[in-house]
Design a protein around this ligand. Structure first.
Ligand SMILES: Nc1ncnc2c1ncn2[C@@H]1O[C@H](COP(=O)(O)OP(=O)(O)OP(=O)(O)O)[C@@H](O)[C@H]1O
Ligand SMILES: [Mg+2]
Length: 1100
């Protein structure tokens, strides 16, 4: 097959391939090796004998992209055949060809050479000459650019095809359409056209497409043959030639019999992002896909490479820009998952955009760019803290005297628009009816934003505005366009928006199907500004279509027409729409993150746009704005309203309220008061809130806010206002004491009926600083007993001096007492008062945690379209089929069923590790840490009820005696209050009776390693601790290592009690975002939410 390929290298590759495929390797659970592709390896080697066996093998089996833990196993297997990764070999013929091209007259304006990318281009050319290939690399690392280079060198044209999730095999090959005379015909897809014309079909986003759709490619790739829906057949040019010659047929005769020739130059190049190996559902690089292509892995660019590209394009790099590049690389190389996920926002693409901006609008401050690039305000607070810490370490600080409320000019004079320091000429247009015309009051905050938008427009960029609902995004955009005199086209997306509706609007006229231009097409044609509203509502794969449009200026409409870039060489035919140079897109999306539902548009496509956050108005701006709506409303009233709404928004941002109280509502209130000055302010406000819609907990929260600002909430509180605030705990002080007396024999001690404080008398139960009796702070006693008195603590030396036999006896007695206690718990009835003491303290938190968990669950149950139904909504794609009498032309929203054969969705596991060591009991009186821990347990047990199919939890404890004490077992959650009460009673008993000592570290390690072995999609471990590590000489680095020991388990520590600033100091030393301080149990849901959201981010 490849007679001249170097024999030795081929043998090595064969050995490796078969070693991977043997049964013995089955234990490694490696995906099948694509043995059928071995001839391709031979051909590549024959053409390029200098290549190393490893580099050729890697093209067939790019294990680094789809394996994780097994990489090292596999590499040791390979090295046993002496196959190792090596530095790239010598320059080949191709390299010379690349050189000649790059130095030739057609030198590309876009591509800046780097050795690494030149090497990749060379390798791709090698593969291209024998087979179809696939490029795998992270977002925005230069994949598309490299493919374009390859095509340019070969002098081939590309056809970019964006793949999306619900694409059908039919979308990929052929669709039905009608001609002007009403006939229906099959229309060839871009892929098929590329095959016939010998282009390179670039399938962008192969990681998104459903495997079943991809299977239609198999015959096309492997045999260069394909059966079309209209019974035509594509065959390879060899076979075509063979048939033609053997049967003496002409091209015309063959065409009439439905045989089409695939052009020999035709190639498929697939582009995909590396699979997220954590979840089995995320791995698209299945054995089937491996058998389709040769693979090339692309990494993100190194700092030097990136700096080189930026300087080549935009000249010397300023200090702030340098800082930003540095930040990008710190994030990319970070082992912290949270930081690493953020690095996507500083892709090469984004860095180049920032560079362009800084070149035109120089600044001394990197801070502002970072704020906008990451939309820092909207990051989940966990990610935000982690980022801020990193930014601070780099010495990036905010600009000092900048205020978003500072006055700023905005005027249109002599056909020049000026906002702040920036000016542009007013746009000339004949479509004046499309220019928005609105009522707008200048608010400094908004004008500052508009100045930035103006600059972006000048730089030719498309915009993305993200902000809370009702914060004024539409108003700002409309006003902006009005000032510039730019016509607007508007589309609003929703969750049922499809790719088709984005591009054309099909209607049936006189029995014929007419595709009307969608607003998008109109904007492209006439150079209008396309405003895409609520972009986050549409499925991400729909909005991905916007990607090619914005990025490469290409798009294929569902009626077969094609949008081509402004500067395209192609002659614009009837089916081509050339993009008007003035065309711009402004996308509006609601703030991303959690628990805001909707798709994270910003996360998916944010780096393609110049993005800006539209924030809630600052108090100053909001007052200014409201005064203009209500000039006669007393200023005091306005200020009061602004304060109330400010508070409410903060709470909404924290997830305590689910409704974002927007400017829209306050404006309505003010307008109303302006119109009816005699109306009762309270009534007006209460009307806006429409309390009926809320649960009692929310009503209560709202009531508190209103009351705080001087409203009387009696009007709304139907239920009694329960101020069930826990009585402030009596602070117990610890006094060091030296007794100087010996211990004799451990005993419980006498019960004092008056419960008077006893210090060191060796008589009473519950004394402190004594010997032999049960109490606190003493030595030699059998167990702890807290009677609520000030604690007199013996020194450690004195404690250590207690003889062994006494200790043993004390321990024995403690153990017995503990056994009895457990028996007692087992037999006791349900004590409602006791349970409610704990429950009442967390009931509201239970509610808010349940909202959070409910949203988590919703993420899993994504609904999708089921097509080919006999009832439901009309499916645009099948309109023509409908006209032809087909019945299955409807589609319905259904919950996504797991595909047959797809791995079962495994539940998430949430494990709480509780500290039930003696210090929890001992210092409970000091800061209520044990109570808080028990409340936390109640919170978890109550809140997780009913979510078992998606999230399972368990509670495991550790104490001075044990490393792993199961309090709640997986899949056996307590079923009722009695069982829940028993759980916390047992925890309490452990803390009271266990021997002193600490196993926080061992407990954490064991909890995380044992969980790593469980079958689950995602595992979170939360360690509740009192930060008392120092006492037992545990360095924080060890806890950090324990928390991050397993890549498939995210570990977090929550410090729920500490002496002095122990917890703060410890938090400092742990990885960013892994440690939290919780001084009040009401903070727990917030903290858990942060933890959940950061783990949700990591699955995006
Ligand atoms: N050598 C280079 N010279 C000039 N620009 C480069 C170079 N390498 C990368 N870029 C720039 O990096 C950005 C990202 O490149 P490209 O769009 O090809 O990435 P991608 O991997 O296809 O991204 P995505 O995953 O989002 O499709 C582009 O703006 C591109 O111009
Ligand atoms: Mg790309």
């Amino acid at each position: 097959m490849a007679p001249n390929a170097p024999q030795g290298k081929i043998e090595k590759i064969l050995s490796c391939a078969f070693a991977i495929s043997t049964k013995e390797s089955a234990a490694l659970e490696l995906p099948d090796f694509p043995l059928d592709n071995l001839p391709l390896a031979a051909k590549v080697l024959e053409n390029n004998p200098h290549l190393s066996p490893h580099s050729v093998l890697f093209r067939l089996y790019p294990y680094r992209a789809f394996l994780k833990e097994q990489i090292s196993h596999l590499e040791s297997l390979l090295s046993s055949f002496d196959v190792k990764a090596e530095a790239p070999g010598l320059y080949s013929n191709f390299a010379r060809r690349v050189r000649a091209f790059l130095e030739g007259p057609r030198q590309s304006q876009v591509y800046v050479e780097t050795d690494y990318q030149n090497g990749l281009i060379e390798e791709m050319l090698q593969s291209e000459s024998v087979a179809d290939f696939c490029i795998v690399g992270p977002k925005g690392c230069g994949k598309s650019l490299l493919v374009q280079q390859v095509a340019d060198i070969l002098g081939k044209q590309t056809e970019n095809i964006v793949l999306y999730q619900d694409m059908t095999a039919r979308d990929l090959i052929q669709q039905r359409t009608t001609l002007d005379n009403g006939d229906t015909v099959w229309k060839l897809s871009p892929l098929i056209l590329a095959a016939l014309e010998g282009k390179i079909a670039v399938l962008d986003g192969i990681n998104r497409i459903h495997p079943s759709t991809l299977s239609v490619l198999h015959r096309l790739v492997q045999d260069r043959e394909l059966q079309l829906h209209d019974s035509k057949r594509l065959i390879s040019s060899d076979r075509y030639q063979f048939i033609k010659e053997n049967f003496g047929l002409t091209d015309q005769q063959l065409e009439e019999s439905g045989i089409l020739r695939i052009h020999p130059d035709f190639r498929i190049v697939a582009i995909g992002e590396p699979p997220t190996t954590q979840s089995p559902t995320g791995n698209w690089m299945t054995p089937e896909v491996l058998s389709l292509f040769l693979f090339h892995e692309v990494r993100t660019l190194s700092k030097e490479e990136e700096l080189h590209i930026i300087t080549s394009k935009y000249g010397p790099i300023s200090r702030p820009l340098h800082k930003i590049v540095e930040l990008a690389h710190i994030l990319r190389n970070s082992t912290d998952q949270t930081l690493n996920n953020l690095s996507g926002h500083l892709s090469t693409r984004q860095l180049l955009r920032i560079a362009a901006r800084m070149k035109n609008y120089p600044t001394n401050f990197a801070f502002d760019s970072i704020q906008t690039t990451f939309m820092v305000k909207f990051l989940p607070s966990l990610a935000r803290q982690a980022l801020e810490k990193t930014v601070q370490k780099l010495g990036i600080v905010p600009e000092e005297d900048y205020s978003e409320d500072s006055p700023i000019i905005c005027e249109v004079r002599d056909n020049i628009v000026t906002i702040g320091q920036s000016s542009v000429p007013v746009y000339k247009t004949t479509h004046l009816t499309k220019v928005p015309n609105i009522l707008f009051y200048d608010v400094p905050q908004h004008l500052h934003l508009m100045e930035k938008m103006l600059q972006d427009f000048q730089l030719g960029q498309h915009l993305l505005l993200v902000g809370n609902q009702g914060v004024g995004k539409n108003k700002i955009v409309d006003r902006f366009l009005e000032l510039l005199n730019r016509p607007r086209e508007y589309i609003q997306l929703h969750r049922d928006t499809t790719v088709q509706t984005l591009t054309t609007q099909p209607t049936v006229k006189d029995g014929r199907l007419i595709h009307e231009d969608s607003p998008l097409v109109k904007a492209v044609k006439h150079g209008h500004v396309l405003v895409v509203d609520e972009a986050d509502k549409a499925p991400t794969h729909v909005t991905c279509i916007l990607k090619t449009l914005v990025e490469s200026g290409q798009m294929i409409l569902s009626d077969g027409r094609r949008i081509i870039p402004t500067a395209s060489q192609e002659t614009a035919g009837e089916h081509h729409i050339r993009i008007h140079p003035d065309f711009r897109v402004i996308i509006l999306a609601n703030r991303p993150g959690f628990p805001f539902l909707g798709n994270d548009f910003f996360g998916a496509l944010g780096d393609l746009f110049s993005s800006h956050a539209v924030e809630n108005p600052s108090p100053g701006s909001e007052v200014t704005l409201l005064r203009q709506y209500g000039p006669n409303v007393p200023l005091e009233t306005i200020k009061k309203l602004v304060r109330v709404f400010g508070d409410l928004r903060n709470m909404a941002d924290q997830g305590l309220l689910s409704y974002p109280y927007s400017t829209r509502e306050v404006v309505n209130i003010v307008k109303h008061i302006e119109k009816f000055p005699d109306a009762d302010l309270e009534d007006v406000v209460f009307n806006v809130f429409d309390f009926d819609r809320y649960s009692p907990e929310v009503v209560e929260t709202l009531g508190e806010v209103l009351e705080k600002h001087g409203f009387s909430s009696k009007n709304v509180m139907t239920a009694e206002y329960i101020a069930a605030k826990r009585a402030k705990e009596k602070i117990q002080v610890t006094v060091n004491r030296y007794s100087g007396l010996d211990t004799k024999e451990p005993k419980h001690g006498k019960e004092d009926p008056d419960n008077a404080p006893h210090v060191g008398g060796n008589t009473w139960a519950g004394g402190t600083g004594g010997r032999d009796t049960a109490g606190l702070g003493g030595k030699g006693g059998p167990y702890r007993l807290d009677k609520g008195h000030e604690v007199h603590q013996l020194s450690d030396e004195e404690k250590n001096a207690v003889p062994d036999h006494i200790l043993r006896a004390a321990r024995e007695m403690g153990r017995k007492a503990f056994q009895e206690k457990l028996k007692e718990i087992g037999m006791s009835g349900y004590d409602a008062t006791l349970y409610n003491q704990f429950y009442n303290n967390v009931s509201r938190q239970v509610q808010s945690l349940r909202i959070i968990l409910g949203n988590l669950q919703a993420k899993n149950k994504e609904r999708h379209w089921t097509r080919h139904q006999t009832g439901g909504e009309l499916d645009d794609v099948k309109l023509v089929d409908g006209l032809l009498g087909e019945k299955t032309i409807f589609r319905r929203r259904t919950e996504q069923e797991p595909e047959i054969g797809a791995p079962q969705l495994k539940p998430k596991i949430f494990r709480v590790v509780v500290d039930v060591s003696g210090s929890m009991y001992r210092f409970n009186g000091y800061d209520g840490r044990l109570d808080r821990e028990l409340e936390a347990a109640v919170l978890v047990m109550e809140a997780f009820q009913g979510f078992e199919d998606k999230i399972q939890y368990d509670i495991i404890g550790h104490s001075g005696e044990d490393v792993s004490i199961p309090f709640v077992k997986l899949k056996e959650p307590p079923k009722n209050n009695k069982e829940r009460l028993d759980v916390i009673r047992k925890m309490h008993a452990h803390a009271q009776y266990c021997w002193s000592g600490d196993h926080t570290l061992e407990g954490t390690e064991s909890a995380i390693t044992s969980l790593a072995e469980e079958e689950c999609d995602e595992a979170i471990v939360v360690v509740l601790s009192d930060a008392n590590l120092q006492r037992y000489g545990i360095p924080p680095s060890q806890l950090a290592a324990a928390l991050t020991a397993k890549s498939n388990v995210s570990g977090y520590a929550i410090f729920i009690g500490s002496l002095g600033d122990q917890a703060e100091r410890l938090q400092e030393k742990l990885p960013a975002g892994r440690a939290f301080i919780c001084s009040d149990v009401s903070q727990l849901p917030q903290i858990l939410k942060q933890i959940f959201s950061s783990s949700v981010i990591s699955t995006l």
